[in-house]
Ligand binder design. Structure first.
Ligand SMILES: [Zn+2]
Ligand SMILES: [Zn+2]
Length: 443
């Protein structure tokens, strides 16, 4: 059984993290692998770990002990949560309740990984130290994992030092042998012998990828006490996992090359200049898809507007709005909440995850009783981009936008419209004002 992520699985994982690479990309295996590594590091916020990161020097996490009141103890289930966990919690609860009712919408390897971390946190809170991640049929593959220690990176960041090994049909007996030894060693845990965390084969492969990546955080002289059945187990570290932040998304979504194959792009579509290809073959093959966008952009009037990152005096109001891609629970100094608020305080430009590629923007004005509203809001489908256009910044262009919204190409009662736009600078957006997008806009 192959335990490495296949090419298409790597793309699927990256997509679930917000990094969209064309499915038929010819990005080299190495380039793709590097992007995955960078993405997984970013999802663990590794750039903010203490440097050098030394497991020897970290204090033990104050663990909860079952049936014991300890005011110092802190829940790991809570500590591993990152970003907007509402959606993840919802899925977690659904899974716990029955499993099979999980809507296919949530078949998302990255979300699965985040839930596994929550599951582990919960088990540790309950005093358990080992578990088996297994696919639902409970016969194809499994990852056996024992938590050796939980260390405190900072108040909100635990590090789980783990011993692990993956098993398939041919080695299943050794896996069971290990379970027997755990049960013998910790009779008190027998009540929960089936410590099964449901994990699809893809999720297991992703977890193994993370463990392999994080093995470099374990110093070579780190002492590990292995039990009899653990001689071939590997040691690694697990850290909380959460959504990628804007800067990481921006960094990992650029230089994708040819829109079809990912090879170095050498030319742009002459009709709209908005899309790049490696050559005519790829361009021709993309035409059935691209022509809608292309025709809707062709001959359009582009207007450049000044962007604002927030509305005056209402910064906090939109905080929840962008949470999906902003972690608020890191506990690192100078990061976490401070960072996300700074992004909204007007002094930081809105993040750019599109490079100079066109993307669809929804413009929306606030409802006012009389006169023009003083600003309009804009955002993209993924909500990685959100900004405001103030009337006072350019009253003439602003009036053109309002007229467009109220006119025949606007719709929605004259209060919103969808348009193609591309970033021309940190603080400027160029908008194709007088062309309807000609593509699905139900968001
Ligand atoms: Zn190409
Ligand atoms: Zn075109």
């Amino acid at each position: 059984m192959d335990w490495t992520l296949s090419h298409s699985e790597t793309l699927q994982v990256l997509k679930s993290m917000g990094i969209e690479i064309p499915t038929d990309t010819k990005l080299s295996g190495d380039a793709l692998e590097k992007r995955l590594r960078d993405a997984l590091n970013a999802a663990q916020y590794k750039d903010r770990l203490p440097s050098p990161f030394d497991l020897h020097g970290l204090p033990a996490w104050p663990l909860k002990r079952p049936n014991e009141a300890d005011t110092r103890a802190r829940s790991l289930f809570e500590a591993v949560q990152r970003g907007n966990m509402q959606e993840a919690l919802q899925v977690y609860e659904t899974k716990k309740a029955g499993g099979s009712t999980v809507p296919t919408l949530y078949v998302d390897p990255f979300m699965d990984l985040r839930q596994t971390m929550m599951g582990l946190g919960k088990y540790l809170d309950d005093g358990l130290r080992w578990c088996v991640l297994q696919d639902q049929e409970k016969e194809h593959c499994a990852v056996n994992l024992r938590v050796l220690s939980v260390l405190e990176v900072n108040e909100r960041t635990p590090a789980f030092v783990v011993l692990y090994r993956n098993f398939d049909k041919s080695t299943a007996l050794e896996g069971i042998d290990w379970i027997d030894e755990q049960v013998d060693t910790n009779p008190s845990e027998v009540g929960e012998v089936m410590l099964n965390v449901n994990a699809t084969p893809l999720e297991q492969r992703l977890l193994l990828r993370v463990l392999k990546l994080n093995a470099s955080l374990v110093p070579s002289d780190f002492k590990v006490e292995r039990r009899r059945t653990e001689q071939s187990f590997k040691v690694s570290v697990l850290l909380p996992v959460g959504p990628l932040e804007y800067d990481a998304l921006a960094r990992l979504n650029v230089n994708l090359g040819c829109a079809v194959c990912g090879k170095r792009a050498t030319s742009r579509c002459a009709g709209c200049q908005s899309i790049a290809y490696c050559g005519s073959e790829c361009q021709r093959s993309d035409w059935p898809d691209h022509k809608i966008t292309c025709r809707s952009l062709k001959g359009g009037t582009w207007r450049t507007i000044r962007l604002r990152s927030s509305m005056p005096g209402q910064d906090g109001k939109w905080l929840g709005f962008i949470n999906r891609h902003t972690s608020t629970s890191l506990g690192f100094e100078g990061s976490a909440t401070q960072r996300s608020i700074r992004k909204l305080d007007g002094s930081n430009p809105p993040p750019n995850t599109y490079d100079d590629k066109p993307f669809l923007v929804k413009f929306q004005v606030a409802l006012v009783l009389a006169g023009l509203p003083a600003h309009m809001m804009m955002y993209d489908r993924k909500r990685t981009f959100q900004a405001f256009f103030y009337l006072e910044d350019d009253a003439w262009v602003y009036a053109d936008f309002v007229r467009e919204m109220e006119g025949p190409r606007g719709g929605y009662g004259g209060i919103k419209m969808y348009r193609w736009a591309k970033r021309v600078s940190e603080w400027e957006l160029s908008v194709c004002l007088d062309r309807e997008p000609g593509t699905d806009t139900k968001w």
